[in-house]
Design a binder for this molecule. Structure first.
Ligand SMILES: C[C@@](CO)(OP(=O)(O)O)[C@H](O)COP(=O)(O)OP(=O)(O)OC[C@H]1O[C@@H](n2ccc(N)nc2=O)[C@H](O)[C@@H]1O
Ligand SMILES: Nc1ncnc2c1ncn2[C@@H]1O[C@H](COP(=O)(O)OP(=O)(O)O)[C@@H](O)[C@H]1O
Length: 268
């Protein structure tokens, strides 16, 4: 069985408080985007895990696909499988690629072996694998809060807009990014701000990681400003970076110097 674990962007990201478990509470809108890895899982005589595409740091046992498989195996005594992951979503990019791989592994195993797990049960398995992971079980636009692993409906659609993603070939560690932020309760709820027209987001919807990371890596701010110069209605860093994205009314011709980065452009 083959699945295509996709990336997400964060539309707004406010880090509201440090928790007693060392994590942070946040509020964000997670939005799935059509940039995907390829994940194949097949029954086999012995378990193996192979990868292609972008090299993934760590070893087989630490890969989130294997951790998801081992977790379900504990409870359901799964048979051996051959897992192959072709990695296309950049790593340390704020696009949630590793979390998507883990969540899709849970979903795929649930289907392949008829485990009968509900959405809620799959989300419970996903949460300990990574704060972003549970989002990819339902994989639809959501207002996310607490660790980013609790969800509420939100009426946000980018359908018909053009999304430009720019990965500036810079991997940023999520833990380091959190360490640079001072949590604060925002004056207005992101949920309310996102109900206003998209054109207003430029002045109201912010990502709290930008302040410290933009001063550490000025290229990130430079790319964001370039996206606005090119006509983006809204531009932001996604998650803890380093990917920047722009939302445009129409497809856009990008300047030649963007060739130095990895760029995706899609009408949603
Ligand atoms: C920042 C966000 C925003 O969507 O995404 P990315 O930019 O990484 O994609 C997420 O909060 C990332 O979630 P995820 O990448 O799953 O993080 P985890 O593996 O759970 O945690 C990595 C580290 O980040 C910090 N962390 C993570 C989530 C959270 N709510 N508070 C934290 O303080 C902790 O230091 C933790 O050890
Ligand atoms: N299948 C996987 N794909 C990507 N990263 C993985 C995977 N499994 C484990 N990781 C680890 O997760 C971290 C990056 O997570 P990723 O989701 O790609 O980035 P981000 O949190 O910036 O969205 C790396 O430290 C990497 O070693």
């Amino acid at each position: 069985m083959v699945f295509f674990p996709n990336a997400k962007i964060n539309i707004g990201l406010r880090i509201t408080e440090k928790r007693s478990d060392g994590f942070h509470n946040l509020e964000s809108c997670f939005y799935p985007v059509p940039l995907s890895d390829l994940l194949e899982i097949m029954p086999a005589s012995e378990t193996s895990f192979t990868t292609g595409g972008i090299a993934i740091p760590g070893n087989i046992a630490t890969n989130l696909c294997m951790r998801a498989y081992e977790r379900l195996k504990q409870d359901f005594g799964l048979p051996p499988v051959r897992i192959h992951l072709h990695k296309l979503i950049p790593i340390g990019a704020g696009l949630g690629g590793g979390s998507a791989d883990a969540a899709f592994t849970l979903r795929l195993l649930n289907e392949q072996f008829d485990l009968g797990l509900s959405v809620e049960q799959l989300e419970e398995y996903a949460r300990p694998l990574g704060s972003d992971c549970a989002f990819f079980i339902q994989n639809r636009p959501m207002y996310c809060f607490e660790k980013g692993d609790r969800f509420a409906e939100i009426d946000v659609s980018l359908k018909g807009y053009t999304l430009v993603l720019i990965y500036p070939n810079l991997a940023i560690s999520t833990a380091e990014a959190y360490a640079g932020v001072r949590p604060q309760q925002p004056a207005a709820s992101l949920r309310t701000l996102l109900q206003e027209p998209l054109e207003s987001w430029k002045d109201t919807v912010q990502n709290d990681f930008e302040k410290s990371l933009f001063s550490m890596y000025p290229i990130l701010d430079f790319i964001k400003q370039e996206l606005y110069h090119l006509g983006a209605l809204y531009a932001s860093m996604s998650g803890s970076g380093s990917t920047l994205y722009g939302i445009f009314a129409q497809p856009v011709e990008l300047p030649a110097h963007f060739d130095a980065y990895q760029v995706w452009q899609k009408v949603l």
